[in-house]
Design a protein around this ligand. Structure first.
Ligand code: RB5
Length: 143
């Protein structure tokens, strides 16, 4: 199950992501927002972040205008590793190296076609499970 969330700036792209996931037969849960009415991205970042952190959903996708605010907010939830990606190389690397569990994107930054390729890359790339990456991810939680 994939957790989806956006603010008004990411709403339209989220609809495209939902259609794309349906075409691929991938189940998702939409944590809002539910229209293009102006709203505050931390609410949806936190809802998706909690769903992923407590393992209700395996991975999440968050979209706002830039992807910046919503990724910053999601990364405040313990256990969340949200990666802002606007290219496929980063989406692949962050799954392999960081075991990122949330993909963040900015709908005002990239087009729909590119965003859907990034979504596919993120969802289809497994974590490498290399010892050095496991060690570094564990160290993120230390202060
Ligand atoms: C909303 O106008 C915009 O600030 C938001 O979508 C996002 O880009 C924040 O980082």
């Amino acid at each position: 199950m994939i957790a989806l969330g956006s603010d008004h700036g990411g709403y339209a792209l989220k609809q495209e992501v939902m259609k794309h996931l349906e075409e691929r037969g991938i189940e998702y849960k939409d944590y809002g927002c539910y229209s293009e009415e102006s709203c505050d991205y931390p609410e949806f970042a936190h809802a998706v972040g909690k769903a992923v952190a407590n393992k209700e959903c395996e991975l999440g996708i968050l979209i706002c205008g830039t992807g910046i605010g919503i990724s910053i907010a999601a990364n405040k939830i313990k256990g969340v590793r949200a990666a802002l990606c606007h290219d496929c190389f980063s989406a692949e690397a962050t799954r392999e190296h960081n075991d990122a569990n949330i993909l963040a994107m900015g709908a005002r930054v990239i087009g729909v076609g590119h965003a859907l390729k990034i979504v596919d890359t993120f969802l289809d790339t497994p974590f490498s499970k290399d010892e050095r990456h496991i060690r570094r991810i564990a160290a993120i939680e230390e202060d």
